[in-house]
Design a protein around this ligand. Structure first.
Ligand code: SF4
Length: 391
């Protein structure tokens, strides 16, 4: 059986103004205990899935490229001694352009990392400064070319659209420049104003330009879907676009309900059936428990929680994850797996979204979101959830 492993690396050199992920700007001195704790947790879970081998390993964050090469090597060595790895294992590292130095790519390849996901976000220096990124547009483009010329097999970049005051033309130019880069995968996210982020406070205080209006955002998204398809990188998930056979195999495990182990503070695990485990998003409690500075710390409670998902929660998750994918949801699967929940009200609501052009049927019995439906996916999913029998 295939298994995936996620390693959450919570370190960031500074905070980007829009970010609400769990990360810390803790000093480098915390990294040594963090690496020990992660290795301990990897070993702890080595027998959770005895008949499996790893098909994907993903270093996410935070900023995994903040780890030194020897720290990455220690973690990868621990993974190799604790698990069987499939021959074609996908090993992804999220990186920021400002962490890349001469020789970095060569060392990365030597460790067996074969996919880099680079946080580019914008190709305009003024926007990069506004969202508090540490790199320039030229630096990001140069790093992508370097990754390519030095032989990284798979390169993905992240972009953000609907930035404060951004026009459609500005986004279209950004996208064209990005699509000229030697990448095989693109993740593009609409800027969201999360609570307790600097950019939300700036927006509320009107110290930054307002967001583009809804119609401009709709045009930006439709343009993204059209241009990526025209450039041979069609959409495969609401925010993800890839050349053939270059989709993120790791993220696809999340979206298709496969089993994965998450290690590191704030990481989540799923057994592929109905049990989810969440590590507390706290670096200090994580290292205190798994790499204690003294024996006294061992009395601390384990820094994770387990939750057993009931049938309704599993159904809602199926709807949420599969409607975000271009494959969509299958009515026969739903009726066979959750017969008590799929009644005439649910089928009627599906038909309504189909008639309104928000859904389409790629195959008989299958319903997928049209690009305009993806823009309002949260609304459609909540309406379908409300139409389940017993809701
Ligand atoms: S580098 Fe990534 S995780 Fe860190 S603050 Fe910026 S967006 Fe958040």
């Amino acid at each position: 059986m295939s298994l995936s492993l996620y390693i959450h690396v919570p370190f960031c050199a500074s905070r980007c103004s829009y970010c609400d992920f769990y990360s810390t700007t803790s000093p480098a001195s915390m990294r040594e205990r963090y690496v020990r704790a992660v290795c301990e947790e990897i070993r702890m879970h080595r027998n959770d899935f005895p008949d499996s081998s790893l098909s994907t390993i993903y270093f996410g964050g935070g900023t995994p490229s903040q780890l030194q090469m020897d720290e990455l090597a220690t973690i990868l060595q621990t993974i190799r001694s604790a698990y069987r790895l499939q021959e074609d294992v996908e090993v992804t590292l999220e990186a920021n352009p400002d962490d890349v130095y001469p020789g970095w790519v060569r060392q990365l390849l030597a460790l067996g990392i074969n996919r880099v996901s680079l946080g580019v976000q914008s190709l305009d220096d003024a926007y990069l400064r506004l969202i508090n990124r540490r790199h320039s547009a030229a630096q990001a483009q140069e790093v992508v070319r370097q990754l390519h010329s030095e032989g990284v097999p798979h390169i993905s970049i992240d972009l953000i659209y609907a930035l404060p005051g951004q026009s459609f033309d500005h986004w279209a130019q950004t996208l064209e420049a990005a699509l000229r880069l030697p990448i095989d995968h693109l993740s593009a996210y609409q800027l969201t104003y999360e609570p307790d982020t600097l950019i939300t406070r700036q927006m509320q205080a009107a110290t930054i330009p307002p967001s583009p209006d809804e119609e401009v955002v709709r045009q930006m998204y439709m343009h993204l879907v059209e241009r990526t398809a025209a450039c041979g990188m069609p959409q495969y998930e609401i925010s993800n676009f890839a050349r053939p056979a270059c989709h993120s195999r790791h993220n696809s495990v999340y979206w298709t309900g496969g089993p994965y182990i998450g290690v590191g503070p704030g990481a989540h695990s799923y057994d592929g059936h109905n049990v989810r485990r969440s590590n507390a998003p706290s670096l200090s409690s994580y290292v205190d428990h798994l790499a204690p500075a003294s024996a006294a710390a061992l009395i601390l409670p384990p820094p994770f929680q387990e939750e057993q998902l009931d049938e309704e929660a599993l159904l809602l998750e199926y709807l949420f994850l599969n409607l975000r994918r271009v494959e969509g949801i299958n009515l026969t699967t739903l009726q066979l797996r959750w017969p008590a929940y799929i009644g005439p009200t649910f089928r009627h609501r599906l038909q309504q979204f189909l008639s309104a052009g928000h859904l389409y049927q790629p195959h008989p019995g299958t319903y997928a979101l049209m690009p305009q439906g993806m823009l309002i996916s949260d609304y459609i999913i909540s309406e379908l959830a409300a139409a389940l029998a017993g809701s």
